[in-house]
Write a protein that binds this ligand. Structure first.
Ligand code: SAH
Ligand code: SF4
Ligand code: F3S
Length: 462
């Protein structure tokens, strides 16, 4: 798989032999931004001699890339670190490093170093470019090294080992300025930093040249792209430039904040050939009172009008969302407004979460008004409304022929292949010899709530 390297740009040469003969294993939690960070981590490690291990037991270096957005992924990391102690006892030279969003929180970093002294390195989201240097220190020193300083952290020119050879993540803006009251992300990822447009377009061209067909532009709120640079361009302008990159077949992006999704962006999506007909538009809650307490800065009415405008411009677009259940002070009436919004919008899919207080956020000082069980009951009611809608929308696709980008053998049934539609739906289908990365036409024959089944029409296009 493609490996781009330019060690000179970040003085990696100094550490060029650090990993020779050694193997690494990376465990990733959290969002696509973290997945992309893990690809950069792998690229960095390989540029200093490391090679990939097939499992943690075979590794000389284990890196855990953490997520702090809810308590659950944090608990999983604590469990994992406990288990790794035995491995470290067997293999004294094993290096264990904990990076990412959890580590960036001061209290967590110091908790990890005290509670899990077998961890060699705790490094934050700003420290990724310094990883080789930090690993060298960690290998020489006893105890846990902690590096969580917020410093300028340009990623330009860092090597990357991508996990796919036909679809790629492309970060366009790092950080977040929105401070939704429940959210830890702005606290651990810092303020918005847009990458220069020319660099993103150059990277997209390189990817297309390597045979990549699909790019997904990443940002906590892609709609703020460019505004911090005051360079006179915005997210729509970036999309227009990327549309011109020859060889790319599909452009995706996430996430869009409803308060900033502009008519200009809708128009850009409408006229584009490559931007996929899918929009992830997190609503979080259906009640204006709760939206206000969440500091989302839009109303239910604004959101519904936005959905109507998008559907009018791009008929058949798939809409997905994120919803938090059980925010402090959420009454039964508030929750019913979430249910009625879900019924009104008819999402293709909704990612639903129980509210999880995060230390340091504004909402953490609000007393929780619901028990865990009450939150779970509400979540179940929400899922019971959403799932039949997802199924109905999918059933309407039966008989239609759709373009699918082949990903590989289906996880549960190796006689089937799996791929995604432009609307980002997972399709399992029977087909002879379609290599991963081909674009094929699939006739949908069966619909389920979370995926579709189909058969090959004819191999074509690329
Ligand atoms: N930037 C993206 C979201 C990043 S976090 C956006 O604004 O949409 C992904 C999702 O996790 C959020 O959309 C939200 O639904 C959920 N989430 C964030 N903080 C949470 C918390 N404290 N408790 C429960 N869910 C949370
Ligand atoms: Fe969190 Fe809100 Fe920023 Fe999304 S927009 S990352 S939910 S603060
Ligand atoms: Fe992503 Fe989790 Fe960090 S959602 S930005 S990995 S807190």
């Amino acid at each position: 798989m493609p490996f781009e390297s330019s060690p000179q740009s970040h003085d990696l040469i100094e550490y060029a032999n650090l990993g020779v003969g050694k193997r690494y294993f990376i465990i990733t939690f959290g969002c696509q931004m973290n997945e992309n960070d893990s690809e950069v981590t792998a690229g960095l490690l390989e540029s200093i001699g490391y090679s990939a291990a097939a499992c943690p037991n075979e590794a000389d270096l284990i890196i855990i890339n953490t997520c702090a957005v809810r308590r659950k992924p944090e608990d999983k990391v604590a469990g994992l670190l406990g288990k790794l102690k035995a491995l470290k006892n067997e293999k004294r030279d094993l290096l264990i490093a904990v990076g990412g969003c959890m580590s960036q929180q001061e209290e967590v970093a110091s908790y990890i170093s005290k509670r899990f002294p077998h961890v060699n390195l705790v490094y934050g989201t700003y420290s990724l470019p310094r990883l080789p240097e930090l690993l060298q220190q960690a290998a020489r020193q006893r105890g846990t090294i902690v590096d969580i300083e917020a410093r300028p952290d340009s990623r330009e020119g860092l090597p990357i080992r991508r996990s796919s050879s036909f679809k790629a993540w492309l970060p366009v803006i790092y950080g977040c300025n929105n401070f939704c009251s429940y959210c830890i992300v702005p606290h651990v990822r810092g303020r918005e930093r847009s990458r220069p447009l020319e660099e993103i377009v150059a990277e997209a061209r390189t990817l297309a040249g390597q045979g990549y067909l699909e790019i997904t532009l990443l940002g906590q709120n892609v709609n703020s792209y460019g505004l911090d640079r005051a360079a006179g361009y915005d997210f729509s302008d970036l999309l227009v430039e990327l549309e011109k990159v020859e060889g790319l077949a599909r452009i995706r992006f996430m996430t869009s904040h409803p308060k900033d999704l502009s008519p200009k962006l809708i128009e850009t999506m409408r006229t584009s050939q490559k931007i996929c007909e899918h929009l992830h538009l997190p609503v979080q809650a259906g009640s204006n009172r709760i939206l206000k307490r969440m500091n989302r800065r839009y109303t239910r009415e604004h959101y519904l009008a936005l959905v109507a405008a998008i559907r009018e411009a791009i008929p058949g677009i798939a809409l997905t969302t994120d919803i938090i259940v059980g925010f402090p002070g959420e009454t039964e009436a508030d929750f019913e407004e979430t249910l009625s919004l879900v019924e009104a919008v008819r999402y293709d899919n909704a990612f639903t979460f129980l509210y999880s207080p995060r230390r340091g956020t504004a909402a953490a000082s609000l007393a929780e008004t619901l028990t865990h069980r009450e939150k779970e009951e509400r979540l179940q009611r929400l899922v019971d409304i959403q799932n039949p809608i997802s199924l109905e929308i999918n059933q309407a696709l039966v008989g239609q022929t759709v373009e699918v980008l082949v990903e590989g053998p289906s996880k549960n049934n190796h006689e089937l292949l799996t791929g995604r539609t432009r609307t980002n739906k997972l399709v399992h289908f029977k087909a002879p010899a379609c290599p991963p990365g081909s674009l094929v036409e699939i006739e949908i024959t069966e619909a389920r709530t979370f995926n579709l089944f189909g058969k090959l029409r004819d191999v074509e296009k690329h």
